[in-house]
Design a protein around this ligand. Structure first.
Ligand SMILES: Cc1cc2nc3c(=O)[nH]c(=O)nc-3n(C[C@H](O)[C@H](O)[C@H](O)COP(=O)(O)OP(=O)(O)OC[C@H]3O[C@@H](n4cnc5c(N)ncnc54)[C@H](O)[C@@H]3O)c2cc1C
Length: 476
C-alpha cells in the first residue's frame, strides 16, 4: 500500500536468520536497519561461523560423511586470510588493525583476528541481543495453506542446548514471516568420485574439514589430494613435520599440474614435497597409485577437495533443490521464485568479496521484505534463472560453477548492490588491491602474504585514507 506521498508504507516482518556466520550477521544487521524484528539461530557457542576456530574434530567421522557434519568450522590452526583485510571489512565498519598484544595487524592476518573483528561488529551494532547461540535449526517448512505468497509464513523448529552439562536440550517450534538461510557452504565435505579403493584403504584418511595441525602426522608419508588454497596450505604445514608429503593435483599429467605457484613451492620444499597427477587408486596395503602409473606408500590421505551445499533442515516440498552443486532455482542466487520473498538465501555465491557482497544481498532482502523494493513476477524470475544457466553453458562454464561469480563475472559482482538496493559501489583502489593480491597469490602462494609492499599509487592513496579510519564509524 502507498502512503499519500506515493512512497510505499514499509512493513516490519518477524524474520529468522539461520546461521550466525559472516553472512548471517550481515543479514541481521541489514534486516534490523530496515525495521524488521530479527532472530538469529546459531548452533555453535559463539558467532563467526568458519572463523570460530575449533581445535577439536569429529574423530568418529574424519571424512565428514554425516549430514549435517557435527563440527561446523573447517579452518585449521595455521590459516591466514588470502584476501587483504583492507578489502575485507563491512562497508561502514572497516577491518582496521587494532592495538593489543593478542591482535594481528597484518594485511593477511590469521583466522583469530577475523573472529575478533566479527565479534566487534556484533558489539558495535548490538547484534548479540538478537542472536541465540547453541541453537540448531532442525526444520524450516512453510506453514500450511498460505492464501498468497506474501502471506506465507514459516515454521522453524530448533533445539537449544541448555548448557547444564547433561546434554539436555530444549526443542521448540516458532512461526516467522520470513526466513533467511545463511548457513554457508564450507562445512559439508565433498569427496572425489573418481578414486577407486577408498573403501578398501585401511590406513588413515580424512577430509581437510577434519585437519587442524600437522602434529598427528609427524614422521608420516602423507598424500594431500587437491592443490586448491587448502591443499597448498596443508601440504606446506605438513612439510614441517612429515617424512614425505605428496601433493596430488586434479590433473592427468605433470605438465598440467605444474602451475607457477606449485613450481615455487616445490623449489622451496623439494626435500620433502613431491607433486603427482590425480590419484587413480588406493590399495588396501597402503599404496597410492597415480594417473601416470607411478605410486607411493602412504600412512595418511587428506582430501582437500572442497565443500558442498547442504540444507538438511530445509523442507520446501521440492521447490528448492541441490544438484551438481547448484541450489536451484534461485533468482540472482538469493530468492527461490515460487517462495520469494519470504524465503531467501544470503551467502550462496562462491568466489566473492565478503562480507561486502553479503551486505548487498542482505540489504536487498531486507528492502524487498519491507516493501521498499519489488521483485519481478515469479515467471520472470524463473526465466532469468534459466537465462543465467543458458549463458553459462554457452560460455563453456561447467554447471557446478553456477554460483561462482567472482572469477567468472567479476563485473556482475561489483554491480549487484547498485542494481538492486542502491548500495555504494566498492572503491576502485580496493578492486585493484584484490586483483593484485590474487595475481601475487597465483605467482607465489607461500610468500605473497608477506611481500605486499608493491602497492600502486592509486592503492597507496586509498590506503592512506583508509588508515585514518582507526576509529571505526559506527552503528547506525
Ligand atoms: C579453510 C577456509 C579458508 C577460508 N579462507 C578465506 C579467506 O581467506 N577469505 C575469505 O574471504 N573467505 C575465506 N573462506 C570462506 C569463508 O568461509 C567465508 O569468508 C565466510 O566466512 C562464509 O560465511 P557464511 O556466514 O556464509 O558461512 P559460515 O561461516 O560457514 O557460517 C555459517 C553458520 O551457520 C551455522 N549453521 C549451519 N547450519 C545451522 C543450523 N542448522 N542451525 C543453526 N546454525 C547453523 C554454522 O554453525 C555457522 O556458524 C575460507 C573458508 C575456509 C573453510
Amino acid at each position: 500500500m502507498d502512503a499519500d506521498d506515493g512512497k510505499p508504507v514499509l512493513q516490519s516482518k518477524n524474520v529468522c536468520v539461520v546461521g550466525g556466520g559472516m553472512a548471517g550477521l550481515a543479514a541481521a544487521r541489514e534486516l534490523r536497519r530496515e525495521g524488521h524484528a530479527v532472530t538469529v539461530m546459531e548452533q555453535s557457542g559463539d558467532v563467526g561461523g568458519q572463523w570460530l576456530y575449533d581445535p577439536s574434530t569429529d574423530a568418529d567421522d574424519p571424512l565428514g560423511a554425516a549430514v549435517p557434519v557435527r563440527m561446523p568450522s573447517s579452518i585449521y590452526a595455521c590459516l591466514r586470510l588470502i584476501s587483504p583485510r583492507e578489502a575485507m571489512g563491512f562497508s561502514d565498519f572497516q577491518f582496521v588493525p587494532m592495538d593489543g598484544d593478542d591482535r594481528d595487524p597484518r594485511r593477511f592476518p590469521g583466522h583469530r583476528e577475523v573472529h575478533c573483528y566479527l565479534r566487534e561488529f556484533c558489539d558495535a551494532f548490538g547484534l548479540m541481543d538478537v542472536v541465540r547461540l547453541k541453537t540448531r535449526v532442525l526444520r524450516v517448512a512453510a506453514v500450511a495453506a498460505p492464501m498468497t505468497s506474501t502471506a506465507r509464513q514459516w515454521a522453524v523448529r530448533s533445539v537449544r542446548q541448555l548448557g547444564n552439562g547433561d546434554g539436555a536440550a530444549d526443542e521448540v517450534e516458532e512461526v516467522f514471516d520470513a526466513v533467511v538461510v545463511a548457513t554457508g557452504h564450507y562445512s559439508q565435505p565433498m569427496l572425489p568420485s573418481g578414486i577407486q579403493g577408498m573403501d578398501e584403504w585401511s590406513r588413515r584418511q580424512l577430509h581437510s574439514h577434519s585437519y587442524r595441525t600437522p602434529e598427528p602426522f609427524r614422521g608420516e608419508a602423507v598424500v594431500v589430494v587437491g592443490c586448491g588454497d587448502s591443499g597448498k596450505d596443508i601440504a606446506l604445514d605438513l612439510c614441517r613435520v612429515a617424512r614425505e608429503v605428496h601433493l596430488a593435483a586434479n590433473a592427468s599429467s605433470m605438465e598440467e599440474a605444474t602451475t607457477p605457484a606449485i613450481s615455487k613451492i616445490l623449489a622451496n620444499h623439494g626435500d620433502v614435497l613431491r607433486l603427482h597427477p590425480r590419484i587413480s587408486r588406493l590399495h588396501a596395503e597402503g599404496r597410492v597409485e597415480f594417473a601416470d602409473g607411478s605410486s607411493v606408500v602412504a600412512d595418511s590421505v587428506i582430501y582437500c577437495t572442497g565443500f558442498g551445499y547442504s540444507f538438511p533442515f530445509l523442507d520446501t516440498g521440492g521447490a528448492v533443490s541441490v544438484e551438481d552443486e547448484v541450489v536451484s532455482p534461485l533468482f540472482e542466487h538469493v530468492f527461490p521464485p515460487s517462495l520469494a520473498p519470504s524465503l531467501s538465501f544470503v551467502g550462496v555465491p562462491r568466489k566473492i568479496l565478503v562480507p561486502w557482497y553479503f551486505e548487498t544481498q542482505a540489504k536487498w532482502v531486507a528492502q524487498v521484505l519491507s516493501g521498499r523494493r519489488v521483485l519481478p513476477p515469479e515467471e520472470e524470475m524463473l526465466r532469468a534463472v534459466e537465462e543465467h544457466y543458458r549463458a553459462r553453458e554457452a560460455a563453456g562454464v561447467p554447471r557446478k560453477l553456477t554460483h561462482n561469480i567472482g572469477n567468472v563475472e567479476p563485473l556482475k559482482m561489483y554491480e549487484f548492490g547498485e542494481k538492486y538496493c542502491d548500495f555504494a559501489p566498492l572503491e576502485e583502489w580496493k578492486k585493484e588491491l584484490i586483483l593484485s593480491s590474487i595475481l601475487s597469490m597465483k605467482d607465489d602462494a607461500e610468500t605473497f602474504r608477506d611481500l605486499a609492499d608493491d602497492d600502486s599509487e592509486n592503492v597507496q592513496k586509498g590506503l592512506r585514507a583508509w588508515g585514518s579510519l582507526a576509529a571505526r564509524p559506527q552503528a547506525g
